[in-house]
Design a binder for this molecule. Structure first.
Ligand SMILES: *[C@@H]1O[C@H](CO)[C@@H](O)[C@H](O)[C@H]1NC(C)=O
Ligand SMILES: *[C@@H]1O[C@H](CO)[C@@H](O)[C@H](O)[C@H]1NC(C)=O
Length: 232
């Protein structure tokens, strides 16, 4: 499987590796890195320096760019490498072709800590996940009746906020660590984007998503009326 993967990867990404062997060896190094960093039984965690040294000379005798190795290390450190399994029962369909997706920081509702979450905007809802490969979201924020505004935060850059137009708690839900689904307790959802451009893009997409709904409902109502006229 790994050999087939390496061959296909090199076919689709010519120029990254000198040979498919280099890709094959690096793929194994990544799986070992993943185990080292995320398996609690491994005490002696690989450092980025050791990861770079480990991969010396694998590119047909030459070295791969150190930046590539450091990026891979950071990426695996931030998110364990999981191969999504297809149990025919996941939400892949729901999240297929979303309006927008990306990493954002979210400020907690009760405990005011910033958490890095993978956000997906689709179907007039904002979903957030712990990891990109998670099948179940940690939380769902339906955008109906919400408004969005840019805000300044003393701690984080590029912030925006979702809040209830009529005041009060935002109707949303989230999963607790033990798997229970509970109602959210946010009066506002404060979110920080990595760059000003991304903040603007998110605000634009969310606004579009919020305002698209009344049209939908209007059209649905109209269609129903037409249908009922035809049948009577
Ligand atoms: C990466 O590590 C996690 C945690 O130990 C594990 O669940 C996952 O299966 C590993 N991925 C691979 C491809 O081995
Ligand atoms: C949104 O507002 C409308 C009108 O006030 C209300 O009927 C509806 O229940 C609200 N939806 C949510 C999810 O709060």
């Amino acid at each position: 499987m790994m050999e087939a993967f390496a061959a296909r990867y090199c076919q689709c990404n010519p120029g990254v590796f000198q040979s498919t062997d280099a890709c094959y060896v690096l793929s194994f190094a990544i799986i070992m890195l993943n185990t080292s960093l995320h398996n609690p039984n491994v005490r002696d965690k690989l450092t980025v320096e050791r990861f770079v040294i480990m991969n010396r000379g694998i590119n047909d005798g030459g070295d791969l760019p150190e930046e590539l190795l450091r990026n891979l290390y950071e990426s695996i450190k931030n998110e364990p490498f999981k191969i999504p399994e297809d149990d025919g029962n996941d939400l892949t369909h729901t999240f297929f072709n979303p309006d927008r997706e990306g990493w954002l920081l979210k400020l907690g509702g009760r405990v005011k800590t910033w958490k890095r979450r993978w956000f997906i905007l689709t179907d007039n809802c904002l979903y957030y996940f712990e990891y990109t490969t998670d099948k179940e979201p940690r939380g769902i924020i339906p955008l109906e009746n919400l408004s969005i505004r840019e805000v300044d935060d003393p701690k984080k850059p590029n912030c925006f906020e979702l809040y209830n137009d009529g005041g009060g708690l935002v109707k949303a839900c989230k999963t607790e660590a033990d798997g229970r689904v509970v109602e959210g307790n946010h009066v506002v959802y404060r979110i920080s984007a990595p760059t000003p451009e991304e903040r603007d893009e998110w605000i634009k997409s969310i606004k579009a998503s919020i305002s698209k709904d009344p049209f939908y409902e209007m059209l649905a109502a109209r269609k129903k009326r037409v249908a009922s006229k035809k049948s009577s």
